[in-house]
Design a protein around this ligand. Sequence first.
Ligand SMILES: [Zn+2]
Length: 235
Amino acid sequence: MQNRFFFSSVIALLIVSIAFSIPASVLVFQGQGGGRLTFVVDAGHGGEDGGAVGTDGTLESEVNLAIALRLDQLLGLCGLSTVLTRDSAELIYPDSAVTTRERKRADLEYRISVVNRTDQAVLLSIHQNKYSSSGPRGAQVFYGKVEGSEAFAKTAQEKLAVLCGEHRKAAPISPDIYLMRESHCPAILVECGFLSNPEELVLLISEPYQTKLALAIAAACISQYNELENYYGKN
Ligand SMILES: [Zn+2]
């Protein structure tokens, strides 16, 4: 069993290294437990909050979860620490939350508590985009206000551009996004693609493309690892 885990780890490291031109030595160093950061992987929405809906009825919350689970697994195989804010389709709330509004609010507060009680946390919030016309496509990364977030977002944007062939610009997140606003750590929100674009929708629900998206985001985590750790060295 241990051998299987070792070989899986080596394969994951090699794939990330080759696919995103990161020296294998950097990966191996972190794979040996050199780091202290914990990546909080957040699959946006869930339960009665499905998020955006694709033209075929696909729920954003399901695509987010599929990519988040892959990302969590991949980061783990690369030897990095992770925490998931949800690992099932459901929102997390107490019995006292009765209305949808109360449940969504309680779930968001739970997510914020997970982020803010995690030591040396880095938040990765996974979402899908939607637009009123079917034209726009491609991933876009948004960043929070905490130092280190912008550089991390730009790196993630570059890695995702390689995959999508669409060169969008990383941008600051709107202050309306509660989870990003209330998180006290470096944070990015990745809009992986547009559910409103029929060709991209087909990709976003396919397992191989979900894995590639997870690989691109994992590659950004590894590339920016030292810079993100420096943030905690200073603060
Ligand atoms: Zn969303």
